[in-house]
Ligand binder design. Structure first.
Ligand code: HEM
Length: 407
């Protein structure tokens, strides 16, 4: 390892949003665990070190797993957040034993059967969206398809009215962006959106306590007594909130990233249209273009990882996307190859106790929607202007992706 190499890591810089991989390649070979002073983050980049962190939740706590900024919220932002539920726990950001209780509740209600039953509805929602879209010949595919699809699916699953989805989509962006270093005015706006999102779900859970329902929110409420000790209203409300956010923004990114890749790899279109190859091609794109590039942990003690000793209280970014391109694990890691036999090792859905609960649903949505989209929008190609990347610190995806097709 060369102590002199400086790793210029800045996921907020436009060039690294476009291409985060060169910096990470350099880090894996020169400084596999490096400190990024500007963000006060220790970034873990090699596959085996990433697994070490993900499997050791005692030394690497998930508190603040979504918070990319080291600074506490500015007082003005805190004051807005106090109007919501500042202590609402989110499954992705809690450790055992609370994590076990919350995850236990979801696995009771979000069963493989409930997910499999969604397949025909996913198809119908795709048809609805594509019927509206097809005659136009051009559109921003993110706005017209990539986020409405997963959000409508989750809306039906949780029993959220269709008319509420657009504002939930905007509040979801607020909820993620409030955790990031941004100008105060913007952070205040994101804080207001986050509070609105929390209040929305608390009200929905209270409604279901008074009037039981057979949607997933109703099932969570019904199952809460089976958890010992039972979860409070605010603890339960964090769940649909987290699932609705985590479950739509990630699938949105996966759709956008796959289409964008396809524009430069025409073979990918054929693979997505071939029912035998499509699932492998989708897995391979998740590996190469991981929608959650990395998330955060805090060390609970002094701990060594990849030959580097981290102090107690260190903020760690566990870099899924970098691990997914580690040549020590994936042969010719930077190349797209749907037939590779090592793809199942990818960590785009994480590993360990926080492994993605929605992975089966995400795969189902992608496997149904992408071939339908390509059949219904023949000749799909880039639009007149380039897409804009998302600005979220840990995300790889598009905010807009204009496309054209033969109407
Ligand atoms: C392509 C789509 C998706 C990707 C790439 C993805 C990625 C991830 C990753 C990397 C984690 C681990 C977080 C960590 O270790 O800190 C995670 C956790 C999680 N995901 Fe996903 N996800 C996707 C889709 C979904 C869907 C569709 C849902 C819900 C319907 C969902 C719900 C969750 C939840 C609730 C957690 C937290 C689990 C826990 O903390 O125990 N995700 N996801």
């Amino acid at each position: 390892m060369s102590a002199k190499t400086t790793i210029e890591f800045d996921p907020t810089a436009p060039d690294q949003q476009e291409n985060p991989f060169d910096v990470l390649d350099l880090a894996r070979s020169e400084q596999p665990v490096f400190h990024a002073p500007r963000f006060d983050l220790w970034v873990v980049t090699r596959y085996h070190d990433v697994l070490t962190v993900l499997k050791d939740h005692r030394s690497f706590s998930s508190l603040g797993a979504l918070k990319s900024s080291p600074a506490p919220y500015p007082p003005e932002v805190q004051s807005v957040l106090r109007d919501g539920f500042p202590d609402m726990p989110y499954i992705i950001e809690v450790d055992p034993p609370l994590h076990d209780r919350i995850r236990g509740l979801v696995t009771k209600a979000f069963t493989p059967r409930r997910i499999a039953e969604l397949a025909p509805r996913i198809e119908e929602i795709c048809i609805e969206l594509l019927d509206e879209l097809a005659p136009a010949g051009e559109a921003d595919i993110i706005h017209r398809f990539a986020w409405p699809l997963p959000l409508r699916v989750l809306g039906e699953l949780f029993g959220v009215p269709r008319d509420d989805l657009e504002r939930l989509h905007h509040w979801a962006q607020d909820w993620m962006l409030v955790q990031q270093e941004l100008p105060l005015e913007r952070r205040l706006e994101h804080a207001r959106g986050s509070v609105a999102l929390q209040r929305y779900f608390v009200a929905k859970i209270e409604e279901r306590i008074d009037r039981p329902s057979d949607d997933l929110m109703g099932a969570l409420v019904a199952a809460r007594e089976e958890i010992d000790p039972p979860l409070s209203v605010v603890e339960i409300a964090g769940l649909p909130l987290d699932l609705m956010v985590a479950g739509h923004v990630t699938v949105t990114r996966a759709i956008g990233n796959t289409l964008n890749r396809m524009f430069s790899y025409p073979r990918l279109r054929d693979h997505l249209l071939d029912a035998d190859v499509a699932p492998k091609a989708i897995e391979e794109i998740l590996r190469l273009e991981s929608p959650a590039q990395g998330l955060f942990r805090i060390t609970t003690r002094e701990v060594e990882v990849g030959g580097t000793t981290l102090p107690e209280g260190a903020r760690v970014m566990v870099h899924f996307a970098s691990a997914n391109r580690d040549d020590c694990v994936f042969a010719r890691a930077a190349e797209y190859d749907p037939h590779r036999d090592d793809v199942s090792k990818h960590v785009a859905f994480g590993k360990g106790i926080h492994f993605c609960i929605g992975a089966p649903l995400a795969r189902l949505e992608l496997e149904i929607s992408l071939p339908m989209l390509l059949r219904r929008l023949p000749g799909l190609r880039p639009g007149p202007v380039a897409g804009e990347r998302e600005e979220l610190f840990f995300a790889r995806g598009f905010r807009t992706l204009p496309v054209r097709w033969d109407a």
